[in-house]
Design a protein around this ligand. Sequence first.
Ligand SMILES: [Fe+2]
Length: 298
Amino acid sequence: MGYGLMTRILLLADVHGNLPALDAVLADAESLRPFHLVVAGDVVNWGPQSREVLERLSEVEAHFVRGNNEYYLLDRGTEREPAAWADYTLLPVLLEGLEDWRERIGLWPDFLSLRFPGLPPVLVVHGYPHDPWHGVYETTPPERLQTAMAGWTERILVTAHTHLPLDVTIGGIRVINPGSVGNPLDGDRRAAYAVLEGMDGEWRLSHRRVAYDDTPVMGAFDQIRFEERCGTQAVLVRREWPTAEIQLAAFNRWCAAEHPGVPREGLLERFTDEDRVRHTPPEYLAAARRNRELSSRA
Ligand SMILES: [Fe+2]
């Protein structure tokens, strides 16, 4: 790639073990060659094809940043594992057979600082710098982001984790989220990614969405007997694919707020769509509303 012409970077994130979504994105990007490929974390878990996704991304020479779901893989069963993970029924099933990948992901960085001649530097993380467990939203207070960016010279932050595409300036920092390849949560089930093109001293961003057939990923859930082995959490995770809406996190909030102390396995049948909406963070409802308005106008 010649400097002074154009530097193109594909931004992918939150693939979450969904191979058909990743393949659809890579096929869509074929016409954009040449490019560099940067993956902002959460390659594994949630979806059933973590290994397949890791292998495909290695084939295409992706550059990785670790997400919180990679931490599940790296810290599980070690002295670093928090006690709360014991209740997380998905982990043993979705991360099984990935032992060989622990070595390789152990070497991934937590951030990438992209520095190209003549272009503004870009910091890539999964959530915040030094914190892959929390995401930046359009509603994030400027002070919070400025505190997190103290000591970093980059004024462009590529972040992920929320599964919501974003391009907003907060407290002088341009925040870009490509959205989620494998598990979008803005009501639009198409795979999301973004393209950064550096030219004439600046970056231009475009968000892209790609429709794909999720039959293979649903079949992979069946193959590992996901619901049978992981219970309620699996039922709710699987529900996220056709709806592109938060299910499990909303259920957990609803249980904690309205049925404290009651065993969660027995509560699923009583969890209504109204309960889900009431316990979904407003940023997700707003994003889904915007998408509905856009598609009704189209
Ligand atoms: Fe994620």
